[in-house]
Design a protein around this ligand. Structure first.
Ligand code: NAI
Ligand code: ISE
Length: 348
């Protein structure tokens, strides 16, 4: 069976998902779209030449009996209500990060999904599908660098729009490291602290940029993450794990080495669309394939969305207090302890 998708939010990433499902992946088809900006939804249909119905809102799209699964790619604060409506209608959900902008709302989603009785939701934490992070995880699992002691990570964007606010450095940007780093070292977080260094003059006045986060895990691993969203020069994602007997670093994306004008240079990618293109393709293909083969999505779960939201709530508190804020998770329900956990699947 072909999985019939409705897309909620046809902005930047919504369009890339329409493109990949229509032109590159197998087993999926876009049959419906909506956006609060109706012109955006209509132009997506035209741009990709798809036979998709344009709906006025998320609820009417979810109610369409031809829609098997929804992709939620609207603004973060709108995600939770669309996810809850889709679960209530028994539709599969691929929700872009964040699952919800607060821990409370993510928990509501977790509870709704458990009440429904089977997993329906996958969260768009695509870094778990990136070849570099997977190689790092394999090396750590195989004890190649010994017990991890520290991680240094960097998340740089070239620039942000005027809508990007200081808290989004956590809720929108750091959230990728929040998800991928605990997955990488198989540990839970204990605390988070935010440090505001000297501000760049290249960001708008309302924004604190850059920011530095120090996260401690339950096993005592200390993680530093630099979030610098107006770094000017490109999209730059770095990660190095320091172990007892060695270190392992996220590989750079291969780009051509140019020799010219008495210099050797290598381009740096400019945005997330190119940097993680393969990972986005793999995560959505995995969503489609697991639903078609097993009847539920196997990728990052609502519980992973909850872990990220608890941590990002603490991160936003830490931005305000300047103190170390505790990260306290509820016990993982049996429902999310399946042997088919995302970690197992991505390791195979
Ligand atoms: N996994 C990743 O690396 C990335 C994830 N994202 C996430 O995807 C989401 C969308 O981001 P972008 O596409 O960059 O933003 P965008 O601003 O380009 O697009 C968002 C679209 O959603 C629409 N929208 C907002 N509220 C809506 C609602 N209630 N119902 C229907 N449509 C609504 C807007 O009109 C806009 O067209 C965000 O949650 C963001 O964090 C974005 C970029 C990369
Ligand atoms: O998810 C993304 C954006 O929403 C976010 O704003 C950027 O900071 C991230 O690098 C990108 O991957």
């Amino acid at each position: 069976m072909t999985l019939r998708f409705g897309v909620i939010g046809t902005g930047a990433i919504g369009k890339t998902h329409i493109d990949r499902i229509t032109n590159r992946l197998s087993g999926g088809e876009i049959v419906a779209v909506t956006d609060i900006n109706q012109n955006s939804a209509k132009s997506a249909v035209e741009e990709y030449g798809i036979q998709a119905k344009v709906y006025p809102d998320d609820k009417s799209l979810i109610a369409d009996e031809n829609v098997d699964a929804v992709i939620i790619a609207s603004w973060g604060p709108a995600h939770a209500e669309s996810v809850l409506a889709a679960i209530e209608a028994g539709k599969y959900v691929f929700c872009e990060k964040p699952l919800a902008t607060t821990a409370e709302k993510s928990l509501e989603i977790v509870e709704a999904e458990m009440k429904f009785g089977k997993p329906l939701v996958q969260v768009g934490f695509m870094r778990r599908y990136d070849q570099g992070y997977k190689q790092m995880k394999n090396a750590i699992v195989n004890n190649e660098i010994g017990e991890p002691l520290m991680i240094h990570a960097v998340h740089r964007n070239q620039s942000t729009s005027e809508n990007y606010t200081t808290d989004m450095a956590v809720v929108d940007t750091l959230i990728h490291e929040i998800d991928v780093l605990h997955w990488l070292i198989n540990d839970d977080y204990k605390s988070i602290q935010a440090i505001f260094p000297k501000r760049t003059t290249k960001a708008l006045d309302h924004l604190q940029d850059p920011q530095l986060f120090i996260i401690e895990t339950q096993r005592g691993i200390v993680i530093t993450v630099e979030v610098f969203t107006n770094c000017q020069f490109g999209y730059d994602i770095q990660c190095e794990v320091i172990g007892e007997i060695g270190t392992i670093k996220l590989p750079e994306v291969p780009t051509p080495v140019v020799r010219k004008n008495a210099a050797i240079s290598q381009p740096i990618l400019q945005d997330w669309k190119d940097r993680f293109i393969v990972a986005y393709d793999l995560e959505i293909q995995h969503f489609i394939d697991s639903i078609r083969k097993k009847g539920y999505p196997e990728g990052p779960t609502s519980w992973d969305g909850y872990i990220a939201a608890v941590t990002s709530d603490a991160g936003v508190r830490a931005q305000k207090t300047g103190q170390k804020e505790l990260i306290e998770l509820k016990a993982r329900p049996e429902f999310y302890k399946s042997k088919n956990s995302p970690i197992q699947n991505l390791m195979s």
